[in-house]
Structures are given as C-alpha cells and as structure tokens.
Write a protein that binds this ligand. Structure first.
Ligand SMILES: NC(=O)c1ccc[n+]([C@@H]2O[C@H](COP(=O)([O-])OP(=O)(O)OC[C@H]3O[C@@H](n4cnc5c(N)ncnc54)[C@H](O)[C@@H]3O)[C@@H](O)[C@H]2O)c1
Ligand SMILES: [Zn+2]
Ligand SMILES: [Zn+2]
Length: 339
C-alpha cells in the first residue's frame, strides 16, 4: 500500500498529521498533488465535533489547489496542469439538480467533509470539479478561490446597486471578502463591524469604515453614518444573536438583509420589526459553478486581492497550531497549509 501524509480529524478537538493510504483515482477522476489548502469555518465545525456528517478519521480541507498527477477518463486537462478544486458534490437527480441549481442540491456533499480532502499530499476528485489556474494566479492565492466564490455568490444574490450603503456584520474571512466584492459591485460606503481588534484593523487597512461592536452601539453608529436612514443592504456574517438583532436595526426601510452565516444556535428574529418596514431577508448557500469561475477571474486580474486575508502559512505537520490559531479571531484570518 502506498502511503501519504495527511492532516486528520480524529475526534473532538483532536487533529494529527499522520500517514494514511494514498487515494487511487477512479474512472472519471483525477489524482491531485496538493499544493496549498486553507482552514475554513466548516473545518472548525468538524474540529469541534459539531459537524453532522464528518466521520473520523478524515483528511479535512475543501479549499485547495494543486497539480494534476494522473487522469482517468476523457478530459481537456492533462497531467501537470495546475488546478483548483470546486469541492461541492451534487446528486444530479433531486429537484434542485434537475433545475440546474446544483449548489442547493438536496443531498449536497463536499470533498473534505464527506470524502478525503485537501489536508493531504493527494486527493482523488471528479474531473468535473477541476478548474484551471490561470498563469497569472499563484497556487497559494488559488487555494482561496472557494471563500471568494462564497463572497461572489453572496453579493450576486443581493440587490446591491451602484452607490448603495452597505453594512457587514463580522470581519472574518467571509465578511472581509464580501466587503471586497461589494466594493467592486458598486457599494459606496461599506461599514464593517467586529469585536476583534485584529480583524477591525485589517478591515481599516482595506479602506472600510469600521465599528468596534464591543465598545460602540453598532445600531446608533450606522444610523449616524447613513443620515438616520440605515443601510441599503446588511450582510450578516458573524452568526450570533447580537448580530441577528442588529441586522434588522441597521437596515433601512424596504432594505435587504442577506444572511450568510451558518448559525450554530437558532437566533430569535423580530419579524414584527421587519414587517413594519417591509424588510427583505435573503439567505445564501455556497456558490454556483459560474460564481467559482468568476472568483478565479476576479483574482487573476487583481480585481480581488486575497493576500490580506491570508494570515498564516504553515507546514501540515503544524496542524495543531493551525487549528489553535483559527480558534482565536484576534490572532488569525485564513490559515493555509503548504503541502
Ligand atoms: N452561506 C455559506 O455558504 C457560507 C460559506 C462559508 C461560510 N459561511 C458562514 O459565514 C460565517 C462567517 O464565516 P467566517 O469564515 O468569516 O467566520 P469567522 O468566525 O472567522 O468570522 C465571524 C466574525 O464575526 C465576529 N463577531 C463575533 N461577534 C460579533 C459581533 N457581535 N459583532 C460583529 N462581529 C462579531 C468574529 O469576531 C469573527 O471575526 C460563518 O457563520 C460561516 O459558517 C457561510
Ligand atoms: Zn470554505
Ligand atoms: Zn441533487
């Protein structure tokens, strides 16, 4: 049996770099020699033992780039091609899939959750999940395509129009990427809140108006920054009861709330406060294949620069360190492993 190095989830708060069997590409799959892989909030959910589907031992990681080592089946790709993986796996048969809406497949699965992923030397992935990395885009930046695609999908699901005032609650990787994409989408004033000084500083450096949610009233500050009107669009990207309340308080009459967060605990939502002001609420999940392609082009052309989002680059052997860093929102943003 040929072995490879992998970063494994072994149980609640237990990860380790260890040897496992090297995957074998089946028919219609490619074997990828992985270059870089990022830790995402979903990996943290697995790490905390809270993911409903992840089963130990598992090589986590659904944000990764690499080089094709072997191809099994007809494809326009060739061994040696640099690729980034779109990790969603759809059933192809449910109502959503039949309508071409594969990202909201009834039984959507992900590489790195439902099967071995990117925290490893190799991954076997379906050929139709491969995207070519353009020459101008580095492997390291390409590894961040997935969260950029989330931001692209999020902004495209919003009603954002040129000149709109936008509030983003939460300056994590997804909040900051949503802010960067919204700026390209024509947003005028972008106000972003967080409780982490480190992340607020990042947001400030990126040119956004920041609100320290620990020391100021986000609702009052947004009112004063928008002439008492409120935001045209509020993106909720923090995922807790406080921001679930603020999203309603900070949006204008007939404005739109876009909930991006995956709430770990169901929040209480004041629907009466929404109804009087005809507030719309939109949810968003993952990204379409087209969003993923758009994310690559935006990064290729420098329209979206992901380098400020990458806070740490570690060897896979430091998987403990990587997860500890990600636990502290005041110490990290996106942690990448170099394979
Ligand atoms: N819709 C999707 O398909 C999709 C995809 C990826 C991530 N997500 C979700 O998006 C959310 C954000 O992802 P992330 O990776 O940026 O997570 P993250 O945990 O790194 O970011 C959340 C941020 O919210 C901040 N925060 C906490 N309390 C706050 C408060 N009261 N006010 C303002 N900010 C506060 C935290 O300090 C942190 O910086 C998560 O819930 C994640 O699960 C959804
Ligand atoms: Zn992700
Ligand atoms: Zn389906």
């Amino acid at each position: 049996m040929t072995e490879m190095r992998a970063g494994l989830y072994l149980g609640e708060r237990t990860v380790a770099a260890d040897k496992v069997a090297k995957p074998v590409a089946g028919e219609g799959e490619a074997l990828i020699r992985i270059a870089y892989a990022g830790i995402c909030g979903t990996d943290m959910m697995i790490y905390f033992g809270k993911h409903p589907r992840a089963r130990a031992p598992l090589a986590m990681g659904h944000e990764f780039s690499g080089v094709i080592e072997e191809i099994r089946g007809a494809s326009s790709f060739a061994p040696g091609d640099r690729v980034v993986i779109e990790p969603t796996l759809s059933c192809g048969e449910c109502e959503a899939c039949a309508a071409g809406q594969f990202h909201v497949c009834k039984t959507l699965r992900l590489i790195g959750i439902d099967q071995s992923g990117g925290f490893a030397e190799y991954a076997a992935v379906p050929l139709h999940r491969l995207h070519r990395i353009p020459d101008k885009l580095s492997d390291i930046h390409a590894a961040v395509t997935e969260p950029v695609a989330v931001a692209v999908h999020t902004v495209r699901r919003s009603n954002l129009k040129l000149g709109d005032n936008v509030v983003i609650l939460g300056a994590g990787p997804i909040g900051l990427l949503t802010a960067l994409v919204a700026r390209q989408g024509g947003a005028h004033q972008i106000i972003i809140s967080d409780i982490s000084p480190y992340r607020l500083e990042k947001a400030k450096q990126l040119g956004f108006t920041v609100l320290d949610a620990k020391h100021a009233s986000v609702t009052d500050e947004v009112a004063s920054l928008t002439g008492g009107v409120g935001a045209d669009i509020v993106f909720e990207v923090a995922g807790n009861q406080i921001t679930a309340k603020q999203m309603i308080e900070t949006v204008k009459i007939q404005g739109q709330i876009v909930v991006v967060s995956v709430f770990k605990q169901a929040p209480t939502i004041d629907l009466a406060a929404m109804h009087f002001r005809e507030i719309s609420l939109t949810t968003t999940r993952c990204y379409s294949n087209d969003d993923f392609k758009k994310a690559i082009v935006l990064m290729r052309d420098g329209t979206i620069d992901v380098s400020p989002i990458i806070s740490h680059l570690l060897p896979l052997e430091q998987i403990h360190e990587g997860f500890h860093l990600m636990e502290d929102s005041n110490a990290s943003l996106k942690v990448l492993f170099q394979l």
